[in-house]
Design a protein. Structure first.
Length: 118
């Protein structure tokens, strides 16, 4: 989590990808989107472009909720499902999607609701 602690204090939503090689080593941290106070518009092509260029085996998606509420919204869940599906098609695994709040975080993988292994 130290890679993304800077997101805790952001006043707008920031969506970041961490691209990983086959041994789960970090290749790159990239800010993909900066949204408004309470939303960002995330599209799979923008999320995966750097992962493809990095020849990544997997990605971890991270975004902040400036409100501090770490519970995923319906949009967060829908975006995560789209990213997992797109990743399966192109062969890049979505390892996790993490929502960062001011004092805590929510992990889709940790909560058992990320189905990237299907």
């Amino acid at each position: 989590m130290t890679l993304v602690t800077d997101l805790k204090e952001k006043k707008q939503e920031h969506f970041v990808t961490l691209t990983l090689d086959g041994a789960a080593n970090l290749i790159q941290k990239k800010v993909v989107f900066i949204g408004t106070l309470n939303q960002s518009l995330v599209h799979p092509r923008e999320v995966f472009v750097d992962a493809i260029l990095d020849r990544a085996a997997g990605i971890i998606c991270v975004h902040n909720h400036p409100s501090g509420n770490i519970q995923p919204s319906r949009d967060d869940i829908a975006v995560t499902r789209r990213l997992v599906a797109a990743g399966k098609i192109i062969g890049i695994r979505v390892i996790d999607h993490i929502i960062v709040g001011k004092n805590s975080y929510f992990s889709f993988q940790g909560e058992g609701i990320l189905n990237s292994e299907e």
